[in-house]
Ligand binder design. Structure first.
Ligand code: ADP
Length: 502
């Protein structure tokens, strides 16, 4: 018999002699665990040939601009671009929209079974089973034997046994399910292999000779919601635990924290009185609509108690400006990495461009970087839907990042964002220098009127400076789209002689 992936396991296996009494499964083992026929059947339309075929693990109803669905609905995923949300087509009615990634699982995977719990300790399995009926069961990855699973069962009252009459009989039992890689079979006893865990469970549901009792039904979950995505955007303040400060925003402190005691998040708070709830909800509403791997994802909001809060994914390296200024970053970051970060920012902005948004405050201070050096555009406080936006005279704005037509006449558009992107390129390549070195805002405004431009920074490749300058064309219509910028940055090293910068 095959290679067991967890050798030497002594505990957890029932000590009761298990007599092999059925023929071993005759079908050849399959790579993919087949769907459990007792859980749900795929609809006839959902042929196994559907690529990127996923199944809903929970009901999902409320969030704006996403696709509502019921547990076991099936989808084809059209776009996996963001880690938290996928663009999907529901197979039953062909509707399309975003679905939270943690609410769905690949068709046929273990996660789609109601008895499988991917994150569950032995102790919590006991708590869960104690609230379930006799014979109920669940499967979880084994805590002690990596690569193996544990089958935890609530032993029916009648079958509890103990050799010692003074000892309380054990009501929860845990059996190790091993996997033979050689035969791709699963078993509790090596002599009784099954081609899937689902088949193994079905066997023990209809045979009591082996364990001394029959399995009955899947254990009742304590909570049916995953942790990362909350069911509604609005969450209860008691589900938020504030941790260390991450930074100071214009309206209040930003903290690291946890959501429901588990998911690491960033929590942006607003000092009471600094922003009315309506303006706050506008920023949140904007963020809800935007789903892209290079755009900061909103996870939840809290408006029921002061201070009101926006909860977003945690970006471990903080603001891009601070990140590139760190001495440690300067040592490791090569030009090709800087270009990659610029390309990611262009990708996020290209998404805003096709979605019809303008950002109006694009700068390295408003881009966040996570631990895998992924860049995400943030700070949508000033964003607007793309009707050319004219600011009032009294509006304060970051002069050195602002396009001439916006600075001088208050005309904001996606092309004024392209101008700001040119300044962001400067910040990235200079490791966070302040643009227009040595010049004050008044001098910069004068420069913009005369069409003078920033000089090429030291160590800046010519082609990169060329891109910056196309962003700084006087006529907004002459500036490239973000899509073009993204392609140019992604293809930067193709056919160039700038190899020395890589
Ligand atoms: P404001 O827009 O109100 O000025 P920011 O959103 O820019 O505030 O946040 C201020 C600082 O908090 C940022 O510069 C960054 O250091 C930190 N920060 C904000 N959001 C996050 C996040 N999601 N992950 C990690 N750090 C963050």
């Amino acid at each position: 018999m095959g290679n067991c992936c967890c050798k030497g396991a002594k505990e957890d296996i029932s000590t009761k002699a298990v007599v092999y009494s059925v023929d071993p499964p005759s079908q050849p083992a399959q790579d993919v665990t087949p769907l459990n026929p007792y859980v749900h059947q795929p609809p006839p339309s959902a042929s196994k040939a559907v690529p990127n075929h996923y199944v809903a693990l929970y009901d999902y109803e409320t969030a704006v601009d996403s696709l509502p669905f019921r547990k076991f609905d099936e989808f084809q995923i059209i776009d996996f671009t963001t880690t938290d949300w996928f663009l999907a087509r529901k197979l039953t009615d062909n509707t399309e929209g975003f679905v939270p990634a943690s609410y769905i699982a690949e068709f046929g995977s273990l996660k789609t079974y109601p008895w499988y719990f991917e994150v569950l300790s032995r102790k919590d399995a006991g708590v869960m089973l104690n609230k379930s009926v006799d014979g109920s069961y669940l499967v979880r990855p084994s805590e002690t034997k990596p690569g193996c699973f544990s089958l935890s069962v609530k032993v029916p009252e009648m079958s509890k046994q103990t050799d010692d009459p003074n000892k309380k009989p054990n009501s929860i039992k845990h059996y190790i399910i091993r996997h033979s890689k050689e035969n791709n079979t699963f078993f509790i006893r090596q002599q009784m292999p099954f081609k899937s865990i689902a088949e193994l469970l079905e066997f023990f549901k209809s045979n009591k000779d082996q364990l001394g009792y029959q399995l009955t039904e899947a254990a009742k979950p304590l909570s049916s919601l995953p942790d990362l995505v909350v069911k509604t955007w609005e969450i209860d303040p008691k589900d938020i635990q504030l941790g260390a400060e991450l930074g100071h925003g214009a309206f209040g402190m930003v903290y690291r924290g946890t959501l429901k005691g588990q998911t690491q998040v960033a929590i942006k708070t607003f000092k009471p009185g600094t922003m009315d709830t309506e303006a706050f909800l506008e920023e949140a509403d904007l963020m809800k609509k935007l789903r892209h791997k290079n755009i900061l994802s909103l996870l939840a909001i809290q408006t029921k108690a002061e201070p009101i809060m926006i909860i977003t994914e945690l970006m471990g390296n903080g603001a891009l400006l601070d990140y590139v200024r760190k001495p440690a970053t300067k040592q490791i970051l090569k030009v090709k990495d800087q270009i990659d970060m610029a390309a990611q920012c262009a990708d996020g902005m290209a998404y805003l461009e096709i979605s019809g948004f303008i950002h109006r405050d694009l700068a390295a201070r408003n881009v966040l970087v996570n631990e895998s050096r992924q860049c995400k555009i943030a700070d949508f406080g000033l964003s607007k839907l793309d009707e050319e936006y004219t600011a009032s005279n009294t509006t304060r704005f970051p002069v050195k990042w602002t396009a001439p037509e916006a600075a001088l006449y208050g005309n904001y558009s996606i092309k004024s964002d392209v101008w700001s992107f040119g300044v962001l390129l400067y910040e990235i390549i200079t490791f966070g220098r302040v643009p227009y070195p040595g010049k004050n805002n008044k001098e910069v405004l004068d420069m913009l009127e005369t069409e003078a431009r920033m000089e090429k920074p030291n160590n800046c490749p010519d082609a990169y400076y060329g891109l910056m300058m196309t962003c700084h064309k006087q006529d907004p219509n002459d500036r490239p789209t973000f899509e073009t910028l993204k392609f140019q940055l992604e293809d930067y090293f193709f056919g160039t002689t700038d190899r020395e910068y890589q």
